[in-house]
Design a protein around this ligand. Sequence first.
Ligand SMILES: [Zn+2]
Length: 126
Amino acid sequence: MRTDELTQERIARNDARFRSANEQIEKAAERYEVGDVPIPFLCECADISCRQVIRMSLDSYEEVRSDGRAFLNAPGHEDGAADVTETVAQRDGYTIVRKINHAGEVAERLDPRREEAPSRAQEEGR
Ligand SMILES: [Zn+2]
């Protein structure tokens, strides 16, 4: 079954909200110079009631955030939006997923870092 565009948009917007929250968490962690201590980030899956916390280093989170369409999920949570998401990597304690189709476009448009790195968005514009 294919998820219609409106639903894809809703999923992407919801996930982007958690991504924005994580962005704030990351900024706070950088401000306090926490170093290599694992930071509690929020699961960015499609389930609006999900409040799962994923602890990971700033560097690991940066890897996820290097792609405007990529999101951080707790293991197994990517199944909730299987047709608008592809799994990029399974790591210890978390999964990196990438939004595809319309959800991917919305996710990229809502990327808070998009302005900072326009060249990357262009590269992937294809
Ligand atoms: Zn989740």
